[in-house]
Design a protein around this ligand. Structure first.
Ligand SMILES: [Fe+2]
Ligand SMILES: [Fe+2]
Length: 281
């Protein structure tokens, strides 16, 4: 992967050893851009809504950045629509093995937002995966063409490493999703990709910095989600790592001893992760 020289990006590096991996896989993890877009021919009402949404985020993205240690210099505070164009250019120039978009790429679903996002996805020249965030939920049919036909559980293999992308935007993992995770993860080294990070018995202290809103596994947890979390806590689970977004702050915790869950901060301030998966000794 070539160096990213655009000063918009605040990149954090992680290296994760993966058992059974034959060669290194280097990815970029990007999340929570919260794009609001109006086309030139959008209604006045739509244009006003976009303006309102952008204004509302202005103090909030500063708040998150201050809370979690991201810089808010002018080069990081660009409009998310401009950020999206910079992301596409940076990915095509630096060419990581893949780019993972961890959800909330759009502020909400609208035809304008999805057109704007998908027009960019179409121009990305490396493998990518986008999973649904809570801001985007409820429109799986529209997302299916951009999620390999399976927004609930999409699979993609890059250089022998499988990415299993699930939609957990409702803070739930269904029986069907769990069955797919179980059957896919035994096939080859795998990484789980979802929007909302999970609370397990092992990362309670590390994730205490987040409130209940930001975690899956708090409050009332449905039976299949509970079984999913138990599976992730278990020793036999072959998943090498979990990648999430949602919290708008860079964060790493062990969901079980030796296995990490990495949250990307918000790309609303250019913050993202570069992760090298390397063959375990
Ligand atoms: Fe978000
Ligand atoms: Fe979110």
């Amino acid at each position: 992967m070539r160096k990213i020289i655009d000063p918009y990006f605040q990149i954090s590096d992680f290296t994760i050893p993966v058992a059974g991996l034959k060669e290194s896989v280097e990815i970029m993890q990007i999340s929570d851009l919260h794009i609001s877009h109006a086309d030139a021919d959008s209604s006045e009402e739509r244009k006003e809504k976009v303006e309102r949404q952008k204004n509302a985020w202005e103090p909030v993205r500063r708040h998150f950045a201050n809370r979690y240690g991201d810089s808010i210099e002018s080069e990081h505070m660009i409009d998310p629509e401009e950020g999206w164009q910079r992301i596409i250019s940076a990915m095509n120039q630096s060419r990581p093995d893949a780019v993972i978009f961890n959800g909330d790429m759009m502020e909400d679903y609208s035809p304008e937002n999805l057109r704007f996002l998908s027009e960019g996805l179409r121009r990305i020249e490396i493998p990518w995966m986008w999973v649904c965030g809570n801001h985007e939920r409820g429109h799986d049919d529209e997302y299916a063409p951009w999620m390999d036909g399976h927004p609930d559980c999409q699979l993609s293999v890059v250089k022998g490493l499988q990415f299993i992308g699930i939609n957990n935007a409702d803070k739930q993992v269904t029986d069907d999703q769990l069955a797919k995770i179980l059957s896919a993860s035994v096939l080859m080294p795998s990484v789980l990709v979802m929007h909302i990070p999970m609370l397990t018995k092992y990362n309670k202290e590390a994730t205490a910095v987040f409130g209940e809103y930001f975690l899956m596994g708090t409050g009332e947890v449905c039976e299949s989600t509970r079984r999913f979390i138990e599976y992730m806590e278990g020793k036999d689970n072959p998943i090498a790592a979990v990648l999430c977004g949602h919290v708008h702050g860079k964060h790493i915790s062990e969901y079980r001893p030796g296995k990490v869950q990495i949250c990307a901060s918000s790309c609303m301030v250019g913050s993202c992760n570069r992760i090298r998966f390397i063959p375990a000794e």
